[in-house]
Design a protein. Structure first.
Length: 167
């Protein structure tokens, strides 16, 4: 018998949460492996999901603490979508997925884990990444440790922050 080791899932299962909003950290310094913050500018922030559906699962949100798309100014909405596009480009370059699930869950009943702060989920997908484990065991296999993924992705986000690449 093989054992799947995913200790970070227990925090989610038991309902333990860090206080405050993960999209509104009081202080932002990069790199920030502990909070998995990959990118930040004056309007957006990119964080790795601590409870990923797949390797490289990112959360992109506005810096301003708002629950709905209607709450964003046109500039914030544009910056949010540009950051999503940049994040997908980086994931495509570094992780070489076959596709992506990109979505927004608005409201708790729609599946938003943090309904008070709008965020967009980006989940890289590979052919065959959903197998019998998900179907029979309600288990997902995430093949790379989150810190290893963070260390692979951060230098690419850092290039965008430094203006070395166009958004």
């Amino acid at each position: 018998m093989k054992v799947l080791w995913a200790p970070w899932r227990m925090e989610y299962i038991l309902g333990k949460r860090e206080p405050g909003c993960p999209f509104c950290p009081p202080e932002i310094k990069l790199p920030d492996e502990k909070r998995l913050i990959l990118y930040v500018d004056d309007k957006t922030i990119v964080i790795m999901n601590k409870f990923p559906y797949n390797t490289g699962h990112l959360l992109v949100s506005p810096r301003r603490h708002v629950p709905e798309l209607d709450d964003l100014s046109p500039d914030e909405l544009s910056a949010l979508m540009l950051t999503v596009r940049t994040s997908i480009r980086i994931l495509r370059e570094v992780m070489k997925p076959d596709g992506f699930n990109v979505g927004i869950n608005l409201g708790k009943v729609a599946g938003a884990g943090i309904p008070e702060h709008l965020h967009i989920q980006i989940v890289p997908r590979w052919d065959g990444d959903v197998n019998f484990m998900t179907v029979f065991g309600d288990v997902r296999v995430v093949p790379e440790h989150m810190i290893a993924t963070y260390r692979r992705l951060f230098p690419h986000f850092e290039k965008y922050m430094a203006g070395e690449k166009d958004l």
